[in-house]
Design a protein around this ligand. Structure first.
Ligand code: SF4
Ligand code: FES
Length: 142
């Protein structure tokens, strides 16, 4: 199996062909936030939290289902990505009645952990804005 050489956040790394960007990032010690990447379950790129920027690609791509390619230049934590991720988490919060302070999962919750990682303290979105935001995201993401 051939080896692909690429850069992640400016650092060069060589990984096996067929490796996903998420796996390559893990090998490089780079932590990309995820929600739907679960051990033992096939990735389908549903949550879009693991989006990354790739030089030459206009769209953001999900790291968990995108395989590396020779010469790829990947950015994992640009300001644009941080803003997208935060917006996605805010949308997830606005879909349900999430009041962490009175929730039994408080302190042991994947969504709460991710919210903390992306720096989200509260959701700005109402249900109407939520629909507009999803349309915007759908048009801008791969
Ligand atoms: S702890 Fe988790 S499930 Fe409970 S309200 Fe907060 S985000 Fe929602
Ligand atoms: S982890 Fe959910 S889309 Fe990649």
């Amino acid at each position: 199996m051939s080896v692909k050489t690429l850069t992640i956040d400016g650092n060069q790394i060589a990984v096996k062909e067929g490796t996903t960007i998420l796996e390559a990032a893990k090998e490089a010690g780079v932590n990309i936030p995820t929600l739907c990447h679960l051990g033992g379950v096939t990735d389908i790129g549903a949550c879009r939290l693991c989006l990354v920027e790739i030089s030459g690609s206009r769209k953001l791509l999900p790291a968990c289902v995108t395989q590396v390619a020779e010469g790829m230049e990947i950015q994992t934590h640009t300001q644009k990505l941080q803003e997208y991720r935060r917006m996605l988490v805010e949308l997830l919060f606005s879909e349900g009645n999430h009041v962490c302070a009175v929730c039994v999962a408080n302190g042991n919750c994947e969504l709460q952990n991710v919210a903390s990682k992306v720096g989200m303290a509260h959701s700005r979105f109402t249900i109407v804005f939520q629909i507009e935001a999803w349309i915007y995201l759908t048009n801008n993401l791969a």
